[in-house]
Design a protein around this ligand. Sequence first.
Ligand code: ITT
Length: 195
Amino acid sequence: MRMILASSNRGKFREMKEQLAPIGVELLFGGDFPSPLNVEETGASYEENALLKARAWAESAGLPALADDSGLEVEALGGAPGVRSARVVAGEDSARTEWLLDAMRGEKNRAARFVCSIAVVFPDGRGTLAVTEHCAGRIAESPAGESGFGYDPAFIPDGYDKTFAQLGEKIKNTISHRAKAVKTIAEMLLPVVQL
Ligand code: ITT
């Protein structure tokens, strides 16, 4: 089954496509489409935003669409940047990592978690699926590593002493919020894909 990734974030695409291939889902990157949609994220939760994005793409392309809405929640910042993770500061990923590390300078409580909601919408009445997963960890004192995207150079997952960006794609893709959400959605998709 061909399915559009309702996203312009290539990092998300890299992390998801190989996990979906074994169940027979060929993921197409929305960012490669001639006119990628820019869906306004007006939902109050990650799951609502994922559904908004998946619905818009499924309707526009007439294909099943999978969307990811995710973010980083930092305890000492009252859960910020949260659903606003992609928009808290304009510019490159590195500008947002810098903003985060500045906001956390001198802070003792470094607890944080990544959240990922994935929604799938079928254009032909086969309904919707949605799931939310987490990955707990802490905020590093300074950025480290080159792999991944977004806040990966600043996030150390529980059980490790290196950032996601240092640990690399292979480890991230077994323990991350996104890896867990894709695994669950793949299990939910299996009976649908086999129809
Ligand atoms: P699309 O809406 O087009 O999918 P986006 O990057 O705008 O792309 P979101 O609105 O879901 O996606 O924002 C998620 C942001 O949260 C993302 O841009 C990163 O800043 C951060 N984020 C989410 N998952 C992450 C991960 O695995 N590693 C690092 N940062 C992550």
